[in-house]
Design a protein around this ligand. Structure first.
Ligand code: XMP
Length: 517
């Protein structure tokens, strides 16, 4: 396994993902974690991430000394290289120009890390690498024992290596896909230099999780709130595999789900897999609790609290349950941990409907705690879940409650469901579903005029939203073809009785958000 020390770069999670993609387990810790934890992690190698700070500030974050004393290979990336240089006796200078974007670096193949890795060879016979740079400061003098490994006009010391100690530093970012050979470089480090074997794959992850769950819960019974989303679905499939009938899922049908979603969940889990699922049809309770409420935050609170109330009622009936399973995944863990200094992470406050009362006296079992979303999907497929479910776009916890603006009524939810379903069906048919990160319809409680045959009518408006994004923190509206949008408008207005107008949202995030609320 590989330990990654996080200095706050926006790319740190990518490092961990790339390392895992080559089959090696890695975990991220904040840079100021104590030495004992570093020793106990039992890494075969350490990677120091990039970061937003300047290594030249007197209180700049530094790697704990033990990183360099354990005799393990160390790879410093960007800031990680700079702090390594500075801590080992080299020098870092700030340059008045930030370098951000593509660069060509001359790579010296005499080092183990870059041997035979290049994108092209120039006229003089030197290997060149196309890389992604993002830095202000740079290393000006290497520490003793290091030799030059890469250079570029902007960063004469773009890479350095002390092969005796197996310390490597690179100024560019191998973890981003813009650096085409980045995966190869990281793989060379973790497999070639650190000697890690590629054992991290869906089959092994599943086998390992099953064993751990069995050990953790023994013969006890476990409850899981199943929402039909990717994470809770994978937890259900995994726990079913691990403990069979000891698992009971509670599925709350809030009336704010997508078309036929409730039936699909029951079909997949109860019918096909034989999982024990209690379906609670709570739509009437939801619609009456939401009656007359228009404030978005108030709506969210009502929806969230009602979920807790219902889940509580159901779990109270399952008196023998001792454990509560949750679909917490690794990014949630990293984001809520962060560095002690608080600089490293912007904390994402995610208001999932998963928030459950503290007084439930159930212990938590979270089998996906160490997995990234793509790993969760990969094991979902391996566990036999339908691809459609595993690769479905994210759906907010409060469901259609945030996609019906203003007061939530059953009538609106029904119209929205139909429109949304048509949108999804056509995206799928036109091979556009997987090309967008998230797409959905929104119900606008405004009446707009239309003509149908000879008559005028005043009906509701549907807005369509489709975005492309990597991390959902920023997003670009999807450039769906005009012909496609035209088809959407025709189908929705013709087929959904009560809708007279369809619009397409062309706002980016920021300044807009993905959901309309
Ligand atoms: P916004 O609208 O903030 O959405 O740009 C970013 C992403 O978060 C999803 N979202 C939620 N997910 N519970 C969730 O699990 C929620 O309450 C919630 N609100 C927004 C949204 O769908 C988008 O993917």
């Amino acid at each position: 396994r590989i330990l990654i020390l996080d200095f706050g770069s926006q790319y740190t999670q990518l490092i961990a993902r790339r390392v895992r993609e080559v089959g090696v387990y890695s975990e991220i810790y904040p840079w100021d974690i104590d030495e004992e934890s570093i020793r106990n992690f039992n890494a075969k190698g350490i990677i120091l991430s990039g970061g937003p700070e300047s290594a030249m500030l007197y209180d700049a974050p530094v790697a704990p000394q033990i990183v360099f004393d354990l005799g393990l290979p160390v790879l410093g990336i960007c800031y990680g290289m700079q702090t390594m240089a500075q801590q080992l006796g080299g020098e870092v200078v700030s340059s008045n120009q930030r370098e951000f974007g593509y660069a060509k670096v001359r790579a010296r193949g005499h080092t183990e890390l870059l041997r035979d890795i290049q994108d092209e060879v120039n006229e003089e016979g030197h290997g060149l690498l196309d890389v992604w740079m993002s830095h202000g400061d740079k290393v000006n003098a290497m520490p003793e024992g290091f030799k030059l490994m890469a250079s570029s006009p902007n960063a004469p010391i773009a890479g350095m290596a002390d092969e005796d100690r197996r310390f490597y530093g690179i100024q560019f970012h191998p973890e981003v896909t813009h650096t085409e050979k980045g995966g190869e470089i990281l793989s060379r480090f973790v497999q070639g230099i650190c000697g890690c074997e590629a054992l991290w794959n869906p089959k092994n992850i599943i086998a390992d999780s099953i064993e751990r769950v069995r050990e953790q819960v023994g013969d006890d019974e476990v409850i899981l709130g199943l929402s039909g989303g990717v994470d809770s679905s994978v937890v259900a499939a995994l726990l079913h595999e691990a403990i069979g009938d000891q698992l009971t899922c509670v599925f709350v049908d809030t009336g704010l789900l997508r078309l036929n979603e409730g039936d699909q969940v029951m079909d997949t889990f109860a019918e096909h897999m034989g999982v024990k699922v209690i379906r609670v049809n709570a739509s009437e309770r939801y619609f009456s609790a939401l009656e007359g409420v228009t404030d978005p935050e108030a709506k969210r609170k009502i929806i969230g609290n009602l979920f807790i109330e219902i889940f509580d009622e159901e779990s109270a009936k399952l008196t023998s349950a001792k454990w509560l399973a949750q679909g917490t995944i690794y990014p949630d863990v990293i984001e809520s941990a962060g560095s002690k200094t608080g600089k490293a992470h912007v904390i994402k406050s995610h208001h999932n409907v998963g928030g459950l009362p503290d007084d439930m006296k159930l212990e938590l079992v979270e089998p996906l705690r160490e997995l990234f979303k793509d790993e969760v999907r990969a094991i979902g497929v391996e566990l036999g879940l339908p691809r459609k479910m595993v690769f479905r776009h994210p759906f907010p916890g409060p469901g259609l409650g945030v996609r019906i603006l203003g007061e939530v009524k059953e009538e609106y939810a029904d119209l929205l469901r139909q429109a949304d379903h048509i949108f999804m069906e056509e995206l799928d048919r036109h091979d556009l579903y997987d090309k967008t990160s998230q797409a959905f319809a929104v119900f606008l409680p405004v009446k707009s005029v239309g003509v149908m045959g000879d008559g005028r009518r005043y009906d509701w408006v549907i807005a369509l939203r489709a975005v492309e994004t990597i991390d959902f923190m920023t997003a670009r509206w999807a450039r769906l073809p005009y012909e496609f949008l035209e088809l959407m408008s025709l189908r929705i207005i013709n087929e959904v009785d009560g809708i007279s107008r369809v619009t397409y949202d062309i706002s980016g995030k920021p300044p807009a958000t993905i959901e309309w609320e």
